[in-house]
Design a protein around this ligand. Structure first.
Ligand SMILES: [Fe+2]
Ligand SMILES: [Fe+2]
Length: 371
């Protein structure tokens, strides 16, 4: 099944992502929590303080040296051509494409800033030197990433007030193990997303419609390393990777994959401009992420299973139906929304019950970003 069966025309896209015209719209969009938008997290800091990385000390020290070396310290600065490319290319975007690109920038910024806040809060609340040092480095990186995206929003006069965002957005509490599963996955999937875009535009430079994509290669190595940090923490606490926790791991993999899939299908023009089709792009990202996750997760979802693919498509259809019901309003709208929500839950349940592949964890934990 592919997106042609999804009938994702521009009216559907607009229903799902809304329209951003002013800086107030952009800021409101970043603050709003929906099923698909990136969230802010808080956690049990005392439990974070008790983490012990001694079982992976050798790998940990090597990783900390890499953070200390800070090979991206001069990367997040615009070069001379950046402004010229923006001036030349942005007026060429159609209004629909512009909305999809803004949606991409705002959700990417929110997600980068979410990491920045979480890592910074953990840093402030722990005294464990290993965790404090790690969080200092990761918050440093995420703050650069968020700031760099915000500069591109400012080109449109749509800069996000990060101080206000931090104050206004709701925080979701996750206990540490859920932070590890979710953050590990989002760092690695972030790497896979950025590198897939970078490689595609490296092959087709004529499709690079904004200069920010030139930054993605060195950028995604930061995300890869952040993921490595959570991999080491989880491998140092092996009970997190067996028994009943495997059910949680399965849940988080599917939740992260399904959210990305539905959200990406709200940006068909963006992918088309890069020479992708949203479904193909997402399966490439799933494939890379699943390959990487073998360093920590003893189970893997079967992304090529026909039911997996059918359920992903179904979730996109249901999110369109849900948005239409919301627009309709009234009692019928409410019934429509409740019905699509139940069907989405049922579809997610079907995904959850699919058989998973099992594997032994490698003795050598660390991986290199070679995609
Ligand atoms: Fe980042
Ligand atoms: Fe990151």
């Amino acid at each position: 099944m592919n997106t042609s069966t999804l009938d994702m025309d521009h009216d559907h896209v607009e229903l799902l992502i809304g329209t951003v015209q002013t800086a107030a719209d952009a800021n409101a969009k970043a603050v709003r929590n929906t099923v698909l938008s990136p969230r802010f997290y808080t956690t049990d800091f005392a439990a974070m303080d008790r983490l012990d990385v001694e079982p992976v000390r050798t790998e940990w020290d090597v990783m900390m040296k890499e953070y200390e070396g800070d090979n991206n310290h001069d990367h997040f600065q615009r070069d001379a051509e950046f402004a010229e490319e923006v001036k030349k290319l942005m007026p060429q975007l159609s209004p629909e494409m512009r909305q999809e690109f803004l949606d991409f920038l705002i959700s990417s910024l929110t997600s980068e800033f979410s990491g920045c806040i979480l890592y910074n809060e953990i840093r402030k609340h722990v005294s464990n030197p290993d965790i404090k040092q790690l969080m200092t480095y990761m918050a440093r990186d995420e703050s650069r990433h968020a700031g760099f995206i915000n500069q591109s929003l400012k080109d449109f006069d749509l800069g996000i007030d990060l101080g206000e965002l931090k104050r206004q957005k709701n925080y979701t509490f996750f206990k540490p193990k859920f932070i590890f599963y979710a953050t590990y996955l989002s760092e690695k999937i972030g790497y896979a997303r950025y590198i897939t875009i970078f490689r595609q535009l490296e092959r087709h430079p004529d499709k690079r419609f904004h200069p920010i994509f030139r930054w993605f290669e060195r950028w995604c190595n930061d995300e890869f390393r952040h993921g490595e940090s959570f991999a080491l923490i989880m491998r140092a606490h092996p009970h997190l990777l067996r028994g009943g926790n495997l059910l949680w791991i399965r849940f988080f993999i599917l939740a992260v994959y399904a959210t990305m899939y539905v959200r990406d299908h709200t940006r068909p023009l963006l992918h088309e401009a890069m020479g992708f089709e949203s479904t193909d792009y997402d399966y490439e990202v799933f494939r890379i992420t699943s390959d990487i996750c073998r360093q920590v997760f003893p189970i893997e979802v079967d992304i090529d299973h026909p039911t997996f693919r059918a359920c992903m498509t179904r979730l996109v259809e249901l999110s369109i139906a849900n948005a239409k019901a919301k627009e309709r309003g009234g009692v019928m709208g409410l019934i429509g929304r409740a019905s699509t929500a139940v069907q989405a839950l049922f579809t997610f349940g079907r995904l959850y019950l699919l058989p998973v592949k099992k594997q032994d964890l490698p003795a050598d934990i660390r991986m290199q970003p070679t995609w």
